[in-house]
Write a protein that binds this ligand. Structure first.
Ligand code: CA
Length: 617
């Protein structure tokens, strides 16, 4: 191997995402550290053998440590380490490794163009003429593909997810949010035959795909190409892809690249020198530190450009500061303003940063076009995850007012309605069937299904952005396990076989999604329009909400939409303005195109635990 290291030719590097820039002629390395006294790269012929060469890096005035190695390093691997406080750090693949060896231990030198599947240059984001069209479906690659009834060939893999794309377009959703598929630490990629399951909230390499989802985790090109094939297939089916990103903490601090390359810098520290722990996972990152902020911005932009990702869901977003979220939004806008951004506006424990500066739900209005999950509408409809009480949809009238607030997207915190993520369930906490089971004890399955339909109806007619946890439409159960992050597939898989047994439920979801997408009145898109067009009609029945959307000429095909939600065990009588109504939903049935029938009266009887939806054309 020739030892031509030409430092003088190295351009000044200022970008975190360019740690390794390969060409057949030379490979340029550049790593940022403001505290290292020395840094060096180790080069490896392959992923297992000892280093054959050590490359010292030279510090530039902007704290990037650089070297250029002449010759063609394609197919080789590297690690970086830093010297400070009298000792060398452990080796790591760097903080921005784009291709990695098995278990992400070493970074791989590849030609990124070799990772593009056929037709990749023609891949494009599915059209999204109106952002209020969005209906998000959350799933996990194994949940979606592992069932023996899935009909999927590549079970548990990126390619298996690609096989299922048509299911999502048939259901009518616009986006799929996929649980973490960057490289995470809890699955040993050398022991995939063990077939373990994990959600994946334990980041190792933020900018390379997880090897466990590839057909060959030992080949650094394959996992990238197959992740792109998944995205390409979803796009071809008209589905946009949202990545679940977890910048708020790492698998561990000292063992991860962020902690090794520049010890402590990327994390918030307590005064006693221990790691702050707002994530509840042992550490929390410091988005308020300039280079952590730049890292996050560069990372989402990289996924949006290289992988054509269409949206980002930020795990424990409340650990990040608001300014970082605004800068992420601005950077993505330069790529494509239709790229979606939202997250969990809370933390697991108290972050070590001023609360009023954090991206907490309460401050959503300070981060335009960054959304937050609404635990308000969730808790109001089905009850809080922290108790077993009933919600409005399962018979508790006490939360009716909060349901109404959720229907108009909680303007007191949301900014614009689409920043309010309307949902009742996600991967966290009980799935819908299990949540209703633990609270509506003594009720029949038929009644519980009515309750679950009613709750999801409220989500789908809410002015916020609709979000559905995958598998609810097939009456999934997780057997009462509310934190299934490492439960076996038998708990987490989507039960495809239920599509027959619970076809009535599946059809209801499909029709309700279609009704939402057909009626702009349910997604007026601005706070002003909601104020102008929405009115809650009076009723004496504490279990009944009458939600009217009026004066829709020029906005919707209907002039008026009226939604009656009955969360009680008895039929509810209501008086609404007399008109010629098409009934879109009634008594647990829904039909978008033809409707269920017509009525010419203002006297409505809403069946127990169900919604009636009327359209006046
Ligand atoms: Ca991994």
């Amino acid at each position: 191997m020739l030892s031509l290291i030409l430092l003088s030719c190295t351009a000044k590097q200022t970008r975190l995402e360019n740690e390794c820039v390969y060409s057949p002629r030379q490979t340029e390395f550049a790593f940022w550290s403001n505290s290292a006294e020395q840094m060096e790269v180790q080069l490896y012929e392959d992923a297992q053998q000892d280093a054959y060469r050590t490359i010292p890096l030279t510090k530039t005035e902007n704290d990037f440590w650089q070297a250029t190695v002449k010759g063609d390093l394609l197919g080789q691997y590297y690690t970086v380490r830093s010297f400070q406080n009298g000792k060398w750090s452990a080796e790591s693949p760097g903080i921005f490794a784009k291709a990695v060896s098995v278990n992400g231990a070493r970074a791989a030198i590849i030609d990124m163009r070799e990772t593009d599947p056929d037709g990749w240059t023609n891949d494009s984001r599915p059209a999204m003429p109106d952002e209020t069209d969005i209906v998000v479906y959350e799933t996990h690659i194994r949940d979606f593909t592992m069932s023996p009834h899935s009909g999927v060939e590549h079970k548990g893999k990126f390619l298996g997810m690609a096989e299922c794309a048509d299911y999502l377009s048939e259901l009518g959703v616009t986006h799929v949010q996929i649980l973490p598929f960057f490289d995470y630490g809890s699955i040993d990629e050398t022991k995939l035959a063990k077939n373990r399951y994990n959600w994946g909230y334990d980041p190792v390499n933020y900018n390379a795909p997880e090897g466990g989802y590839s057909s060959d985790p030992y080949n650094p090109v394959v996992r990238i190409r197959e992740a792109k094939e998944m995205i390409q297939a979803l796009h071809a089916a008209g589905i946009r892809v949202i990545m679940d990103v977890v910048y708020n903490h790492t698998y561990n601090a000292e063992g991860c690249a962020l902690g090794r390359v520049v010890p402590y810098y990327f994390y918030r520290m307590n005064e006693d020198g221990t790691y702050a722990n707002g994530s509840g996972c042992g550490n929390e990152t410091a988005s308020d530190h300039e280079m952590m902020r730049r890292f996050m911005v560069a990372s989402v932009c990289y996924w949006a450009k290289e992988y054509h990702i269409d949206g980002f869901r930020f795990d424990l977003m409340g650990i990040h500061d608001q300014e970082t979220m605004r800068q992420i939004r601005a950077a993505l806008d330069e790529i494509d303003p239709t790229i979606l951004t939202y997250g969990e506006g809370w933390a697991a424990m108290s972050p070590a940063y001023p609360y009023e500066e954090l991206a907490m739900k309460q401050w959503t209005y300070k981060m335009p076009r960054v959304g937050a999950f609404s635990d308000d509408i969730r808790n109001a409809l089905i009850g809080s995850p922290f108790d077993h009480e009933r919600g409005f949809a399962s018979g508790n009238p006490a939360s009716a007012k909060d349901v109404m607030r959720g229907l108009i997207a909680c303007p007191e915190w949301s900014g614009e309605p689409m920043q309010h993520v309307s949902y009742i369930t996600c991967h966290d906490n009980f799935c819908l069937r299990d949540r209703i089971d633990i609270s509506a004890t003594g009720e029949t399955e038929q009644t519980k299904i009515r309750m679950s339909k009613l709750a999801q109806t409220a989500v789908l007619v809410s002015q916020g952005m609709s979000f559905i946890y995958g598998g609810e439409e097939l009456y999934r159960t997780k057997q009462g396990i509310d934190n299934s992050f490492e439960s076996p597939d038998s708990i987490n898989i989507i039960p495809w076989e239920n599509k027959n047994q619970y076809n009535d439920l599946y059809a209801y979801y499909r029709e309700m999604i279609a009704i939402r997408r057909a009626h702009k009145g349910f997604r007026l898109g601005s706070k002003e329009a909601v104020k102008e067009h929405v009115e809650f009609l009076d009723t004496d029945n504490e279990h009944l909400i009458i939600y009217a959307i009026k004066d829709l000429e020029g906005i919707d095909s209907a002039k008026t939409l009226i939604v009656l939600l009955n969360g009680g065990s008895q039929p509810a009588e209501a008086e609404v303005p007399e008109a010629d109504y098409t009934v879109l939903a009634h008594d647990g049935q829904a039909n978008n195109k033809a409707g269920l029938g017509r009525i010419q009266t203002g006297h409505i009887v809403v069946e127990p635990y169900s919604a009636t939806i009327l359209a006046e054309y």
